[in-house]
Design a binder for this molecule. Structure first.
Ligand code: FES
Ligand code: FES
Length: 163
């Protein structure tokens, strides 16, 4: 089957991969990139477990062709850790709020929340729910996830004000 070379920036580093033109971005990132935070849940764009940011916006990477990533900037959960590998505040908030049970959905929820937690304007709980409406969790009942996102966005806004 036809193959093509894809060059893109992943978590701050330029990467080049040879992909089958039918490969999804999630196939490329997990299979060749070794980025295991990306989960194959439904593989049809319905659960959000494979969410990554592409040029700053959340996408379901299972229904995004790898070849479309040419020249794009991609961020995955692995890219949220600092240089020493310490987890980010949003990951810690998920732990502290009990928003993780089996954890399968967690990377996708966190990546879907990035536009909220990096915005200077506080989002309401309803706005947070809308932002992560494409992400499914079968364990937590959602409230704890919303708590973790809300807590992180308010913390970051306070930190920016203090600077
Ligand atoms: S695995 Fe991509 S949306 Fe479910
Ligand atoms: S924590 Fe299990 S699916 Fe969300």
């Amino acid at each position: 089957m036809a193959r093509r070379t894809v060059t893109c920036t992943i978590n701050g580093t330029i990467r080049e991969y040879s992909v089958d033109i039918r490969d999804s971005l999630s196939d490329m990132l997990r299979g060749q990139g070794g980025l295991d935070s990306i989960k194959h849940g439904c593989d049809v764009g319905e659960c959000g477990a494979c969410t990554v940011l592409i040029d700053g916006k959340p996408f379901n990477s299972c229904i995004y062709l790898a070849i479309w990533a040419e020249g794009k900037t991609i961020l995955t959960l692995e890219g949220l850790s600092d240089k020493k590998g310490a987890i980010s505040d949003i990951q810690q908030a998920f732990i502290d709020e009990g928003a993780v049970q089996c954890g399968f959905c967690t990377p996708g929820f966190i990546m879907a929340s990035v536009p909220i937690i990096t915005d200077d304007k506080p989002a309401s709980r309803d706005e947070i729910r809308k932002q992560v409406a494409g992400n499914l969790c079968r364990c937590t009942g959602y409230d704890k996830i919303i708590n973790a996102i809300e807590k992180t966005q308010l913390k970051r806004i306070e930190e920016k004000k203090a600077k």
